[in-house]
Design a protein. Structure first.
Length: 106
């Protein structure tokens, strides 16, 4: 499990993958974080929290010219209202960013 800044358990971590935000755990700005994403294939994003990490990563990737698909039902926010508000913001980035449900993934 990963731990947040308050040393609370959060979500399961994958080996070799630590928690990171679009602002960059290593201190990079959001634009650099988006530009540092490996490859040029479209990105598929999911995660916690929609209104923070997912939104920031999608913005950074879009700023870097990357196409992004956000899987809405594979994301969660601090509240349902915040989650839904973030999805509305993400939908405004169309056509570079698309918001879909898992059953609509290509």
């Amino acid at each position: 499990m990963c731990r947040n800044s308050e040393n609370r358990m959060t979500v399961p971590c994958l080996p070799g993958v630590g928690p990171r935000s679009a602002a960059g755990a290593s201190g990079h700005d959001a634009g650099a974080a988006g530009a540092g994403i490996v490859g040029d294939a479209p990105l598929v994003l999911c995660g916690v929290a929609t209104e923070c990490c997912v939104l920031g990563t999608a913005f950074a990737a879009a700023d870097a010219g990357r196409r992004v698909t956000v899987v809405a039902d594979a994301c969660a926010g601090a509240s349902m209202a915040l989650h839904e508000q973030a999805l509305v913001l993400l939908e405004q980035l169309a056509p570079l960013v698309s918001v879909v449900t898992a059953d609509r993934l290509p």
